[in-house]
Ligand binder design. Structure first.
Ligand SMILES: [Zn+2]
Length: 323
C-alpha cells in the first residue's frame, strides 16, 4: 500500500524539485487533547493520504463508516469564533484552523485526520504541537504535481472597520495583518510574513489563541470556551496578561491572527499565490473572502506548480511555502 502512494523520503531527496510535488505524511501519528470550545477530550490521528485527496477529516465516533468531511471552503458551516466544517447530515468538526495552518505551512497536501469527537484538540492553543507531530511523522513527496490557486484580480470584503483582501502576486503567499484592541495588553499591532516553512515555524506557529476574561462567562453560557484555560490560551483581564509566563512573542496576538489566516486560507483546497491583507478581521471574513473568490471564475485559476512559467526563476527560488 505504502509503495503505491509514496515515492521517496523528502529528507533523503537531494534535489529541490520536491517543492513541485504533492506531500503527505510518512507515517501516521496520534495525539490526545481537549477541545477549546467543547472541553471534551478527544483522540486524533493524522494519517497519510493518496495524491489529490486534500485534507480530509473523518469522524470515527459516528456509526457505520463514520462521517468524512473534506476541509474545503464550501464545507464551512460556522466561522464565528473558530472555523467549523460539516456535512449535509449535520455532522461537524470545530476549530480546525490551527491544524490546517500546520498542514499548509509544512507542505502537507494530502492527509486524513481521524477524530473521535466534534472538535480538534486545542493542544497549547497554537500550531506548534501540530508542527511537531507532522515533523515526527515525517513528510514525503508523492508522484503528482502540486497545485495552487493563483489569484488573478483583487477580491475584498468590508464589514464595518474590518477589511480583508487578496491581490495577485508573482510568488507564494504573503500575509499582512493588523489589529487594534481597546486594551493596553494588546493595543495596535501589525505583522507581515512571506509564508514558508521556516518563517511559519519560527515566527508564527507558537502564537496562542487569546481571549478576555470578561468574555469567558458569556462564551461558556453559550456552550463555548469550555476547554479554554491558561494552558491553551492567552487570557487578558482588563490590561493584564494573566498567564504567569507572559507572552511568547511581544506581538503574539497579531501573529496568532496570521496563524488563523494561514489555516483558514488552506480551505481553498490548495495554497494560494497571492497577497492576503487582513485588518481587524476574523475567521468569518476569510471564509467570505474565499466564497467571493471562488464564485468569480475570472478571479483565480488552478495551476500545476511544475507548469508555472512567469518569473520561473524567482518562483523556484522563492516558493518555499511549498517546500
Ligand atoms: Zn486561532
Amino acid at each position: 500500500m505504502a509503495n503505491k502512494i509514496f515515492t521517496e523520503d523528502l529528507e533523503s531527496k537531494k534535489t529541490n524539485n520536491f517543492r513541485y510535488c504533492q506531500g503527505t505524511l510518512k507515517d501516521e501519528i496520534s495525539c490526545v487533547g481537549v477541545g477549546l470550545h467543547t472541553g471534551i477530550k478527544v483522540s486524533m490521528k493524522l494519517k497519510p493520504a493518496a495524491p489529490d485527496t486534500g485534507i480530509v477529516f473523518h469522524r470515527v465516533d459516528i456509526a457505520g463508516n463514520g462521517a468524512v468531511i473534506p476541509a474545503v471552503w464550501n464545507n464551512v458551516v460556522d466561522a464565528t469564533l473558530c472555523s467549523s466544517i460539516g456535512n449535509d447530515e449535520g455532522v461537524k468538526i470545530m476549530t480546525i484552523e490551527h491544524l490546517m495552518a500546520a498542514f499548509h505551512s509544512m507542505g502537507i497536501d494530502n492527509a486524513e485526520v481521524e477524530i473521535n469527537g466534534s472538535e480538534v484538540p486545542a493542544m497549547d492553543g497554537s500550531a506548534a504541537q501540530f508542527v511537531f507531530l507532522i515533523e515526527c511523522a515525517g513528510i514525503i513527496e508523492q508522484n503528482a504535481p502540486r497545485k495552487a490557486i493563483k489569484v488573478l484580480k483583487e477580491i475584498s470584503i468590508t464589514d464595518g472597520d474590518c477589511i480583508v483582501s487578496i491581490t495577485p502576486a508573482e510568488k507564494g503567499l504573503s500575509i499582512d495583518f493588523d489589529i487594534n484592541f481597546n486594551a493596553d495588553a494588546i493595543g495596535y499591532q501589525s505583522y507581515y510574513v512571506e509564508l514558508d516553512r521556516e518563517s511559519f515555524k519560527s515566527d508564527i506557529s507558537r502564537a496562542r489563541t487569546f481571549g478576555f476574561l470578561k468574555d469567558v462567562e458569556k462564551l461558556r453560557a453559550a456552550g463555548l470556551a469550555r476547554g479554554g484555560s491558561l494552558e491553551n490560551a492567552v487570557v487578558i483581564d482588563e490590561n493584564t496578561v494573566l498567564n504567569k509566563d507572559g507572552l511568547r512573542y511581544k506581538d503574539e496576538f497579531v501573529r496568532h491572527k496570521i496563524l488563523d489566516a494561514v489555516g483558514d486560507l488552506y480551505l481553498a483546497g490548495h495554497s494560494i499565490i497571492g497577497n492576503y491583507c487582513g485588518s481587524r478581521s476574523g475567521h468569518v471574513h476569510t471564509s467570505q473572502l474565499l466564497n467571493k473568490l471562488f464564485n468569480d471564475k475570472s478571479a483565480w485559476e488552478l495551476i500545476n506548480l511544475d507548469d508555472y512559467t512567469p518569473s520561473l526563476k524567482t518562483w523556484k527560488e522563492s516558493f518555499r511555502a511549498f517546500a
